[in-house]
Design a protein. Structure first.
Lengths: 1057, 139
């Protein structure tokens, strides 16, 4: 022995720490894998007793561990007492220490390594089922151990049994156990006296070993390739360096433990162990990439020391990291811009689907903006008519196959053989491909646009029509001027030049119609005061062709703000005005933009002040505040949709305007709600300008319907977003644009899917602004999988979160906020629990929280959903209008914007501003912008931070930021109240840099205008309102912080796990 | 003899209720299979909802007036349910949400239909029973 352990001197150095001992001992035990976990257990142990238990139990057979743990960390082992007295089992322990010194140095080192990869340890058994984990580790101690291995079978069994059953920790009963205990005893080396026992143990090892070896070798060989897989570098994960293993054993060991060379590290973890409070090494998430990710949580209810370092928790700091597994698998799929599945693995049976507790479905953004060069190709089947499957109506797509010399094509979705029309015929080459394939974008691209023939029209394509319904009652905010200017400046850019129609109605307590006939010089205003029986004073000329009546429209836009400047009428006859607008527009359809400044107070559809009632919150009637009060609005919305009118609602009031009710109009017509609380032209002008201009000038698809088809056996059942269903699966969208996305959930119709692949096809039939009827088709294929793990592996957090958010918001319309939040939490818990169960059998999970790598940010986003404006808190946390507006907005957001809103970007910019780099240079290395965790801890008082959620910028000035710099940015009044300071470009480098930076960000995300708000550290209440409440990782206002949230999830996952 | 006539009247009222419910169910299933659009479907259904409620109320009242208090009692839960729907303004089909509520609306009406059919059979029984009794008396 002595020879084998040349490093014995090293040991003495360690004795002080109890931990070192166990590690060293492990190799002897032969159960290498065990060692790792144990070690981990030790580490974890200090913070939380609960953690210790699982690992120890898993190695239950090795009583020693416990004993050692017990002794070594008396303080850490509150539950140690609960254990059957391990000490009794080891009367001889003390003597064991002596031999210990002989242990081979290499071993130690290897063991030392072990701690980091520990998690991987747990994973490993799965990976190498044939290999006894024990043996693997065993081999690692290359030198002497050969003799000692117990019979393989038994060796293998202990860990397994351990994971499932808690073997009686007390005393070894079988001889093997005794060996273990002996080994363990060695672990206790800490006690110097252990020597006597030790020798005993060894012999036993040796005897058993021979049997083992053969197995190992084979197993080891297998293991190697896999391992390499397992070791993909993982962000945040703790990956042990690959051992340069000459022998298969080593390879294996790598999984468990890092190569011996790393021994130096050993000391490091140990140290940490000793000071568990200061650092939490165990929290390091390690992982087998192949399998799952995890981090250890020593969650002791009630204990302050969580044992978990919030730094290691997963965060989407690089933004939305899409995983492109699907597009690699099916390169012909449409881009994920257009269609994202919550999981690319479609479950093959209903029972499997029912175990997938996350939403199963898709998020579709049919008109997403494509980067230059990737525009959707347009195909014109003028002669042949659009080629579709006769049975399932699937459009021809890259996945159809041509047979019979090119005369027939087989539908990919329903497998029906269709005839190829004569004009579309092309010969097949030797490999069965059409020879004209490269000229046929519909057969090579996942997204195409067909020009629709007349059978797809119920009426001639409509011209783009914009109708403005403007509340002019006693408006003092400057809103009218801004709106008029913006519209006027956009007149040249409105879509569908020369066909564009435009019209206006304004209203206070009366309705004002404007005759804009092209022959007039000035618009004629007609006032209608009879609100009960609204009629249209002129059959035509209320909506006019813009290019013909341009001068009249210009004259109107110039004059109307001043006309109502002195208006003192405070009533708002919104309902009647809406009716009038409907009558005017019902012939053509189009886009109705409503600018509402106060609560509708006259005529049909008048609303009550109902949102300010604090007593309603927390009761069963709470949700009523979030649904429309008057059925009139729902009915109007339905009628608008029927007549192809999309409604966008702009709200401006600082007082309650019941956006819950007004927003219904937008919700069921495919529109959008914009809300500018307490609008002041001086402050919000840029925002309103930009957003209104974008609203009326962005490419829009008119009078459209959308349907998503999928293969046999799968069916889309529920749809979520701003639209109205025209039939069970037909979404009516009077107007769509690139900023709208729709989500849908699918279910399996058959108990078992027989196909290998499921095809999804989104078809949007619309009229383009140029007056062409078109069909945009996105096709995607997804594999059918039989394994839940595979589903998790192919999950897409972004799509899941998008659906989750929509479901949660819909839930707030029928129940309390609290319940909506709980339902989010519950589903995440269920999903993680199912995942845990999936792995609990083969792995000793202990107190670790495990989650699939693909869903690493799911818990964080779940928390973000609960803290989003639409769902947060209660009465005091958000104005009812703000909440509803956020809800309506989020229901329409595309995935990327949704993720950004949920977990905004926080970056430190003061250092950047000082750099003398020009913007052009800067744009190259965008990578320097690393997001920071959204916690107050990320904010350094000496820094300047930018918070960007896609809707606004918040600039946070640290209190220690040098006054010079602030002065450079804000000008002379830098010390004033920041609510009155506006950011503008000043004549110095820093200011220019800042404005350049902000503009760059705005350009990269132009669907909304990000207004900058300046906040100084410690400035109340602005700092809290703008920034602190949005730092979602902090516990704010009674809600959980990220850490607590994880702990809570973890606890719930473990219950009934 | 009046009893027979009364039961006959109840019988016809019940038949009319069945017809109204079946009509609503037909509209819903037509909608489900895409034979009609939601606007038509909703307006047709909403057209018969109130008549259905009124007919049912009248039936209950008639039972009470004619002294068939047990039958009247049987009608009360149904009437109460209708009343509750009405006061909460949930009695009409919501055209914007009709597809999301389709299953619920169908289920609700199927239950109502079953309930009415049950009443129908009881009424039928009493109709025949009282008719036979009349016969015996007249003999």
């Amino acid at each position: 022995m002595g020879t084998e352990y040349p490093n014995s001197p090293a040991i003495p150095s360690r004795p002080a720490s109890p931990f070192s001992v166990p590690q060293s001992s492990t190799p002897f035990k032969s159960s290498g894998p065990v060692v790792g976990p144990e070690a981990s257990a030790f580490r974890h142990a200090p913070p939380s007793s609960s953690q210790i238990t699982p690992p120890s139990s898993s190695y239950g057979s090795m009583v020693g561990t416990e004993a050692s743990a017990f002794r070594t960390i008396p303080s850490g082992m509150p539950n140690g007492a609960a254990r059957p007295p391990p000490t009794s089992g080891f009367p001889n322990m003390p003597p064991a220490a002596g031999p210990y010194q002989h242990f081979p140095a290499p071993q130690f080192s290897s063991i030392a390594q072990v701690p980091p990869p520990r998690t991987s340890l747990a994973g490993q058994p799965v990976l190498w089922p044939p290999v006894r984990p024990v043996s693997g580790s065993f081999s690692t101690s290359p030198v002497s151990l050969n003799p000692t291995q117990p019979p393989p079978v038994q060796m293998g069994s202990p860990p397994q049994s351990g994971s499932m059953v808690q073997p009686d920790p007390v005393a070894p009963r079988s001889p093997i156990d005794s060996q273990f205990s002996a080994a363990r005893a060695t672990m206790q080396l800490s006690s110097p006296t252990a020597g006597s026992v030790y020798p005993v143990a060894r012999p036993s090892f040796q005897s058993s070993f021979p049997g083992y070896i053969s197995q190992q070798t084979t197993a080891g060989a297998q293991a190697q390739p896999r391992q390499s897989l397992a070791f993909h570098p993982k962000p945040g994960g703790y990956v042990p360096p690959m051992p340069a293993a000459s022998s298969p054993y080593f390879a294996q060991q790598g999984g468990y433990a890092a190569p011996p060379s790393v021994a130096s590290q050993l000391g490091h973890p140990r140290e940490q162990i000793r000071h568990p409070g200061s650092t939490h090494p165990m929290a390091v998430m390690q992982g087998l990439v192949e399998d799952f990710s995890s981090f250890s949580i020593g969650s002791v209810p009630g204990s302050f020391d969580s044992g978990l370092d919030s730094k290691v928790l997963p965060r989407p700091l690089e933004g939305d990291l899409e995983r492109n597994t699907l597009s690699e698998m099916f390169p012909l799929n449409c881009s994920s811009r257009y269609l994202r599945l919550t999981t690319s693995g479609i479950p093959n049976s209903q029972s499997l689907a029912s175990r997938w507790h996350l939403p199963l479905g898709a998020v579709v953004c049919p008109l997403a903006e494509a980067p230059n060069g990737e525009e959707v190709p347009v195909v014109n089947f003028a002669q042949t008519g659009i080629i579709r499957c006769k049975r399932c109506r699937t459009y021809v797509n890259p996945y159809v196959t041509f047979t019979d010399g090119g005369r027939k094509w087989r539908c990919n979705s329903c497998a029906l053989l269709n005839d190829v029309p004569g004009e579309y015929f092309a010969h097949l080459d030797a490999s069965g491909r059409r020879i004209d394939l490269d000229q046929r974008p519909e057969l090579t691209k996942g997204s195409v646009e067909f020009i629709a023939p007349t059978d797809y029209m119920v009426r001639p394509p409509m011209p783009p029509l914009y109708f403005f319904l403007i509340d002019v009652s006693a408006v003092r905010s400057g809103m009218l001027e801004v709106v008029a200017q913006t519209i006027k400046s956009c007149l040249d850019n409105l879509l569908g030049f020369s066909r564009t129609q435009i019209g206006f109605i304004t209203y206070d307590s009366t309705l004002h119609f404007y005759n804009m006939k092209s022959s007039l010089n000035q618009p004629q205003m007609m006032v209608m005061s009879d609100l009960d029986d609204v009629f249209i004073p002129l059959p035509d000329d209320l909506v006019v062709n813009l290019s013909e009546s341009r001068t009249v429209v210009d004259a109107f836009l110039d004059s109307f703000p001043s006309m109502f400047q002195e208006n003192t009428n405070v009533e708002s006859a919104f309902g009647p005005a809406l009716r009038a607008a409907f009558m005017v527009m019902s012939q053509l359809g189009g886009k109705l933009l409503i600018f509402q400044h106060s609560l509708p107070s006259l005529g049909v559809g008048r609303l009550r002040l109902r949102g300010d009632d604090i007593r309603v919150y927390g009761t069963d009637k709470e949700h009523i505040l979030r649904i429309p009060e008057d059925p009139f609005y729902k009915q109007m919305a339905a009628d608008f949709t029927k007549n192809q009118v999309a409604v966008n609602v702009y709200g401006f009031s600082d007082k309650y305007t019941d956006l819950a009710t007004l927003g219904t109009l937008a919700k069921y017509t495919g529109g959008q709600v914009y809300y500018y609380p307490s609008f002041q032209a001086a402050v919000h002008k840029d925002k309103l300008c930009h957003e209104l201009a974008r609203d009326i000038t962005r490419e829009t698809a008119w009078e459209s319907v959308m349907r998503i088809r999928c293969g046999k056996g799968v069916r889309f059942t529920t749809y979520h977003g701003n639209f109205m269903l025209r039939s069970t699966d037909l979404i009516a969208l009077p107007a769509v644009d690139c900023d709208k996305a729709y989500a849908m959930q699918l279910s399996l119709e058959e108990t078992l899917l027989t196909s290998q692949t499921v095809y999804f096809q989104v078809a949007l039939l619309y009229t383009s602004s140029s007056g062409e009827r078109r069909i945009r088709v996105h096709t995607a294929a997804a594999p059918v999988v039989a394994d839940l793990g595979e589903m998790y592996r192919m999950a897409d957090t972004g799509a899941i979160i998008s659906l989750f958010t929509r479901l949660a918001i819909e839930k707030t319309l029928t129940s309390k906020l609290e319940e909506a939040r709980k339902s989010v939490q519950l589903r995440i818990v269920k999903a993680l629990r199912e995942y845990r169960n999936l792995h609990a059998v083969q792995h000793r999970l202990g107190g670790r929280m495990i989650y699939p790598e693909s869903l690493k940010c799911l818990p964080l986003y779940g928390l973000a959903i609960c803290k989003s404006i639409a769902l947060r808190g209660g009465y005091a946390n958000a104005q009812p209008d703000e909440r509803c507006a956020a809800g309506y907005t989020m229901m329409a957001l595309p995935v990327k914007k949704m993720l950004k809103l949920l977990y905004p970007q926080l970056i430190r910019i003061d250092e950047y501003l000082l750099k003398k780099t020009s913007l052009a240079e800067d744009s190259k290395d965008k990578g320097i912008w690393k997001g920071l965790p959204l916690a107050a801890g990320s904010l350094d008082p000496q820094g300047l931070y930018l918070y960007d959620d896609g809707f606004r910028f918040v600039l946070w000035f640290g209190s220690m930021l040098s006054p010079d710099r602030v002065k450079n940015l804000l000008g002379e009044n830098f010390a004033a109240d920041y609510s009155k300071v506006s950011l503008r470009e000043l004549d110095n480098e820093i200011s220019r840099n800042l404005m350049g930076l902000l503009n760059k960000y705005r350009e990269s995300d132009s669907s909304y205008y990000q207004l900058s708000y300046l906040v100084r550290q410690g400035e109340k209440p602005r700092e809290g309102y703008f920034l602190l409440t949005n730092l979602i990782e902090d516990p704010v206002g009674g809600a959980n912080g990220y850490l607590d949230w994880i702990m809570q999830l973890h606890r719930q996952v473990q219950q009934n796990a | 003899m009046e009893d027979v006539w009364a039961w006959l009247l109840f019988f016809f009222i019940l038949i009319s209720l069945v017809v109204m419910l079946v009509f609503q169910l037909m509209c819903l299933s037509d909608l489900e299979f895409d034979y009609i659009n939601p606007y038509d479907s909703a307006s047709r259904i909403n057209g018969v909802v109130v008549p259905e409620f009124i007919t049912q109320g009248v039936l209950c009242l008639l039972y009470l007036i004619t002294g068939h208090w047990f039958m009247s009692l049987l009608c009360v839960p149904y009437m109460y349910y209708n009343y509750r729907l009405y006061t909460r303004r949930q009695h009409l089909v919501d055209v914007t949400e009709i597809f999301n509520l389709l299953n619920w609306e169908k289920k609700q009406r199927l239950f109502k239909l079953g309930y009415i059919v049950l009443l129908l059979f009881i009424s039928l029984f009493w109709l025949i029973y009282s008719a036979l009794e009349d016969d015996e008396e007249s003999l």
